[in-house]
Design a binder for this molecule. Structure first.
Ligand code: NAI
Ligand code: MG
Length: 365
């Protein structure tokens, strides 16, 4: 088979971490059954500078045609004065909307060597490996009516609407169950069924979808309790599936538990028009880090692990994905640290040297 990978480096450290990740892509290219074909294009500020838009129609068409998209990061001070609708970030938004990327997958993994960086006590985060699946194209961020009005007395009122269709809940839950099968086969569905109509529907649909997966354990939890349980005993979770708003908050909370912005990957995927997963964007959760851009010290691991997610989800190569994740762990185990994770008492190594270490681990494993 073949995989057409569209590479969108973006701005700041985006091109640097993408260049490192492409070294890993080439390493896999040599022995996978999948033939990976890469094509590069501009997005974000780099695209604004070239053509005036954060994502041109031409690049969007390429994204539509690609099997998977590897995305760096966009944005930076150079473009900060522009109106919101003309900023680099609109590039990624156009992808999300245009490709109907309904599920955002955010793993929260705590690497044993970096436990000290976590917001929690070591015994709580040891072995932490959670997958948060956030619905990302519906819910309160998109529901109508919305807006701010002013009454006769001049007092303002703001309205947002939380709205979910059965099908919108079902597809994201189904994906969570599928993912759980390759993990510990446990799904925790998070809602506020006690006080919200959308929560009640969420719970009922999650339960119905769960019947299609008798081999996967399904539990339900209220969102406020989940926020607390993530701090009390995060290891109780395997896959968490939840709506757009709760997912936004809980996935950031889970990322803070691991204490490592430069290490965490993400995937955002769509149902596509004909089959289950025809579009997917893989990207680090961090931004373009203008403060360290051009210095050659950005941590490439978040992007490299995003490619591991691509191997697993878009290329259906779970063994290769596992191999890559193990290689990253081995490189960390051997003491390789970029400055962001080096701690105060030692110097960090370059992005290049970190990737060298991961490639050496791949050769060794
Ligand atoms: P940021 O994630 O870019 O940086 C926050 C801090 O973490 C900085 O000190 C940075 O040096 C550090 N950092 C981030 N990634 C790192 C890595 N791989 N290695 C080492 N250190 C790393 O967030 P910030 O500063 O709030 O935003 C900077 C720009 O990025 C803004 O223009 C923002 O809009 C954009 N951004 C873009 C995102 C995207 O493309 N998806 C997501 C978040 C922010
Ligand atoms: Mg957020």
């Amino acid at each position: 088979t073949e995989c057409n990978l569209l590479v969108l480096p973006g701005d700041g450290i985006g091109p640097e971490i993408i260049a490192q990740t492409l070294r890993v892509v080439s390493w896999f290219g040599e022995f996978l059954d999948v033939q990976i074909k890469t094509e590069h294009a501009l997005v974000g500020g780099a695209s604004i500078d070239a053509c005036g838009y954060p994502m041109s129609d031409e690049v969007f068409s390429k994204a539509e045609a690609a099997d998977a998209i590897l995305f760096g990061a966009v944005g930076g001070p150079k473009w900060d004065d522009r109106p919101r609708s003309e900023r680099p970030e609109m590039g990624i938004l156009r992808l999300r909307k245009g490709l109907d990327l309904y599920a955002n997958l955010r793993p929260a993994i705590c690497f044993p060597e970096l436990i000290g960086a976590s917001a929690l006590r070591p015994e709580l985060v040891r072995g932490l490996d959670i997958m948060i699946v956030r619905e990302s194209t519906a819910g309160v961020y998109f529901g109508e009516p919305r807006g701010i009005s002013t009454d006769a007395q001049g007092a303002r009122r703001a309205v947002d609407t939380q709205s979910y269709a059965e099908a919108e809940i079902a597809r994201v839950c189904r994906l969570a169950f599928e993912l759980a099968r390759n993990r510990e086969s446990r799904v925790c569905s998070v809602d506020k069924a006690n006080v919200m109509e959308t929560g009640a529907l969420w719970r009922s649909v999650a339960t119905e979808v769960g019947r299609e997966y008798p081999d996967v354990e399904l539990t339900h939890m209220y969102a406020d309790n989940c926020a607390m349980q993530l701090l009390r005993g995060p290891n109780q979770f395997d896959v968490i599936v939840t709506d757009n708003l709760f997912g936004d908050i809980l996935s950031d909370e889970a990322a803070a538990l691991t204490g490592s912005l430069g290490l965490l990957p993400s995937a955002t995927i769509s149902a596509g028009r004909h089959d289950q997963r025809s579009h997917a964007v893989y990207e680090p959760i961090h931004g373009s880090a203008p403060d360290i851009a051009g210095m050659g010290i950005a941590n490439p691991i978040a992007t490299i692990l995003s490619f591991a997610m691509c191997l697993r989800i878009s290329m259906n190569e779970p063994a290769a994905a596992k191999l890559l994740e193990d290689a990253v762990r081995l490189a960390l185990f051997n003491g390789n640290r970029t400055p962001d994770i080096a701690g105060p008492e030692r110097d960090g190594i370059s992005s290049d040297a970190m990737t060298d270490a991961i490639l050496a681990s791949l050769d060794a494993l």
